[in-house]
Design a protein around this ligand. Structure first.
Ligand code: SAH
Ligand code: SF4
Ligand code: F3S
Length: 473
């Protein structure tokens, strides 16, 4: 399955085209995925369910019998993009009337019947907790019966389903689903339901299997991954267990909520060489008044203290964040405080968003009073400031050696490879004899705010090589 990141600046938007496997009389499924890594991981679960039910996969819309789009509802523009794609699918369906079109994921959960009513060519609407029912719903759809399944579950975690992954360097492993935080701007608690965790044992088994398959990096996923608890073990216990499986397997995790970032977890990250020294810790705003309106459950002071504790506890750690510009009632002074926090923490990177009102959230009822042009102006100020900080931090690495796990060809040049440091910085370097999946040491000779450029200064083998510590950022 080839995965193309199509919009990495405005959060995680991917399209993924499954590989083509055609057997006689087998129905072919085409699936596109938008949204966060949780959605990508869910697509692998859906593909696993469909394969077990006898479906094949295709990367061609034209030859598909079934077309699915796994959707995101977090902001208006994520939904608009999907509506655009549904328009394209409508044209394909005219040429191939037997084709089944299905909407999966968070938009399916949020819009439900409305989606069926407004998009007459959509046959199936299936929310994130109902994927086991897809084969049964597909059979009915093939016989002309449109279907909708959007019940949220308190227990479904697809624990027993082995996601259908393509061999590669990195794998995602969902360890918990849902969110109980109810930030006032966010649809996720409504589209993904209540928090629930998989058992530590099932995660351990899955990661052991991935290590045996040759994966070199695993990212543990959850909307609030650090609130993981399986009744006995917390997230720090889970991280320590998974890190102990194979010392050459890098371990990442996302996304952490500041409220659940325990000292035990910070210590666990520091104690394990193969847990990446990188923490994504969304702050959203630097103003206490806005943080309270957002229901984020921490103050600016608490966040700053936490960032300090993480930096002191994990030498060389890199920190990134999420920021929203133009939340309802945000004043110039609130915005200035956000810029201050960005400066004070000195993030290595940030995902930045214009506030997008979402129906039925609490913030929806607060209005959307920051004018669009002002939101954009504030967003640009945030982006400019963060770029200058990222550039300065990257410049400190010029002349230094960093360890890189090689992920693939650079998107800009086929004579270059790229990979990330354990601090999550992208490094591009000439191919030479380097293989994908190897750990290499790269000497950095130039940088911009998003990428480090260099040349390989040493290699360790993909299977037996032990990761050395990356140079600290
Ligand atoms: N669970 C994660 C991320 C959830 S969504 C967390 O809590 O950090 C990813 C990011 O999208 C959020 O961190 C937030 O910055 C942004 N986001 C969510 N809802 C939004 C909205 N209505 N408008 C703009 N940005 C939003
Ligand atoms: Fe949304 Fe907040 Fe939950 Fe993150 S913690 S998914 S922003 S409600
Ligand atoms: Fe989007 Fe749903 Fe993920 S709303 S960010 S796909 S949890």
């Amino acid at each position: 399955m080839g995965i193309a990141r199509i919009d990495c600046l405005s959060f995680f938007h991917y399209i993924c085209y499954p590989k083509t496997t055609i057997m006689a009389n087998q129905r072919q499924v085409y699936i596109e995925t938008y949204g966060c890594q949780m959605n990508l991981a869910d697509t692998e679960v859906v593909l696993s369910i469909l394969t077990s039910a006898g479906y094949g996969q295709t990367s061609s819309l034209r030859t598909a019998d079934v077309v699915f789009v796994n959707t995101c509802a977090v902001r208006e523009n994520a939904e608009q993009r999907v509506f655009g794609r549904l328009g394209d699918f409508k044209r394909f369906k005219k040429e191939n009337p037997g084709m089944v079109v299905g909407v999966l994921g968070c938009m399916a959960e949020r819009l439900r019947k409305e989606l069926m009513e407004s998009e007459s060519h959509v046959d199936l609407v299936v929310g994130p907790d109902e994927y086991r029912r897809i084969p049964e719903l597909l059979e009915s759809a093939i016989n002309g019966q449109r279907g909708i399944a959007v019940r949220l579950s308190r227990v479904e975690n697809y624990d027993d389903i082995v996601p259908l992954r393509t061999e590669g360097v990195s794998a995602w492993v969902s360890v918990m689903r849902g969110c109980d935080k109810f930030c006032t701007f966010c649809v996720v608690p409504f589209t993904r339901g209540r928090e629930r965790s998989r058992s530590l044992e099932s995660v351990r088994r899955e990661v052991e299997h991935l290590a045996a398959q040759g994966f070199r990096e695993v990212t543990l996923l959850g909307q609030n991954v650090n609130s993981y608890h399986d009744g006995t073990s917390d997230f720090a216990d889970l991280m320590a267990t998974v890190a102990g499986i194979d010392r050459t397997l890098r371990l990442r995790f996302t996304t952490s909520h500041p409220q659940d970032m325990s000292e035990k977890l910070i210590q666990t990250i520091a104690d394990h060489e193969n847990i990446c020294k990188y923490v994504h810790l969304p702050v959203q705003s630097g103003s206490d008044r806005i943080l309270e309106l957002m229901n984020r459950s921490y103050t600016r002071e608490h966040y700053l203290r936490l960032a300090r504790t993480i930096k002191d506890g994990i030498p060389g750690v890199s920190l990134s964040t999420d920021l929203i510009a133009g939340f309802p009632t945000e004043t110039e002074d609130d915005h200035r405080q956000t810029l201050e926090v960005i400066r004070e923490v000195g993030f290595d990177g940030a995902f930045t968003f214009k506030y997008s009102p979402r129906e039925n959230t609490k913030a929806w009822h607060m209005g959307d009073d920051v004018p669009e042009d002002l939101k954009l102006e504030r967003l640009n100020q945030i982006i400019d400031l963060q770029r200058s900080i990222s550039l300065r931090k990257n410049q400190e690495l010029i002349g230094r050696d960093v360890e890189v796990l090689v992920e693939g060809e650079s998107t800009k040049s086929s004579s270059d490879l790229c990979g990330r440091t354990d601090t999550n910085k992208m490094v591009v370097f000439p191919k030479g004899t380097t293989q994908i999946g190897q750990y290499v040491t790269a000497r950095i000779d130039r940088v911009n705010s998003a990428t480090l450029f260099g040349a390989v200064a040493g290699t360790s083998s993909a299977k037996s090589g032990e990761p050395r510590l990356a140079a600290s950022a």
